[in-house]
Design a protein around this ligand. Structure first.
Ligand SMILES: [Zn+2]
Length: 111
């Protein structure tokens, strides 16, 4: 079953085709500031509607996208087109979808 989430103002709508199985919290320099809770999926299983602003930092492996109007972080996508994984911020979705999922701590700060 697919799930639809959006940023706060609704300008960006993200649809995921698969049920998330865990919620990842990352301690890297960006994630610890934004508080996003990540699930990961192949880009083919995710639809993003709406125009976000991309932010590429330090190691230039991914683009972090946020809404230009409300500022909510919606997802990240890999800069390498062959990398078959993207991250979706679970906080865009109804809490019932992710509240009870096992939390996984990702040690992005050490990468
Ligand atoms: Zn927005």
């Amino acid at each position: 079953m697919s799930h639809e989430g959006s940023c706060h103002c609704g300008a960006i709508v993200v649809t995921i085709e698969d049920d998330p199985v865990e919620a990842s919290e990352c301690n890297c320099s960006i994630c610890r500031r934004t508080g996003a809770l990540w699930t990961y999926a192949p880009p083919a299983r995710v639809a993003v509607n709406g125009e976000g602003i991309g932010y590429v930092h330090g190691d230039r492996v991914l683009t972090l996208v946020h809404c230009p109007t409300c500022g909510v972080i919606t997802h990240w996508s890999a800069i390498d087109p062959d990398y078959d994984r993207m991250g979706i911020n679970l906080r865009l979705f109804d809490p019932q979808l992710w509240e009870a999922l096992p939390r996984k701590l990702v040690d992005g700060a050490s990468w």
